[in-house]
Design a protein around this ligand. Structure first.
Ligand code: ADP
Length: 191
């Protein structure tokens, strides 16, 4: 099993690149953002709780997303690998993920970190907001709050995996295809 974390700030292109990576390598895609939005559209209690945080650009509590990922891992036995997108987002989530994978006798193979400047992120998210219908993308204040959360809590995830020498930085500005090729080259050199 080869498991990947696609890491980077909101708007860095994780969703776009995930789709292409899944199509090429057959990983099971686990996006906590997608899982949360699906809970919201089904109006589950979890979704209703999560929505309050997401609308403000804040992270959803660790136990909520860790529970969701734990269930998703159980529901997908026998896959060739997981592609984590938008998870882990805190030190506690990183530690929980390592434990869950260890129970399955596997681990994170590589953390691919997309680097994009803050101005480019805001521009992309505002643009996405025009078409995506995501309420957290059409308000600049909420976008800035998400980037603040990223610096405050999520950048620790890269530090966590750096100690195991698992982080590779990839420039996230350029064409979708160029970035995809850089990601594939890293994956191919490790599997
Ligand atoms: P983006 O990367 O553009 O912020 P996501 O779909 O990954 O988009 O996340 C949208 C929102 O969902 C986040 O702002 C946060 O409120 C919530 N969320 C997603 N994943 C997590 C997570 N792992 N931990 C806490 N909150 C999360």
């Amino acid at each position: 099993m080869f498991n990947i974390i696609l890491f980077g700030p909101p708007g860095s292109g994780k969703g776009t690149q995930s789709e292409k990576l899944i199509a090429k390598y057959g990983f099971k895609h686990l996006s906590t953002g997608d899982l949360l939005r699906s809970e919201i559209s089904s109006q589950t209690p979890l979704g209703l709780e999560a929505k309050n945080f997401m609308d403000k650009g804040q992270l959803v509590p660790d136990e909520v997303v860790i529970g969701m990922i734990s269930t998703a891992l159980e529901q997908n036995p026998g896959v060739s690998g997981f592609l984590f997108d938008g998870f882990p987002r805190t030190q506690a989530q990183s530690e929980a993920l390592d434990k869950l994978l260890k129970l399955k006798q596997t681990a994170i193979g590589v953390v691919l970190a997309l680097d994009v400047s803050e101005e480019e992120l805001v521009k992309r998210l505002l643009n996405r907001g025009i078409t995506s219908g995501r309420s957290d993308d059409n308000n600049e204040e909420v976008i800035r709050a998400r980037i603040v959360e990223y610096h405050k809590k999520t950048s620790a995830v890269a530090d966590h995996y750096k100690q195991f020498d698992k982080v590779v930085h990839i420039p996230g500005e350029g064409s979708v295809e160029e970035i995809f090729e850089a990601l594939c080259a890293e994956i191919d050199s490790r599997q």
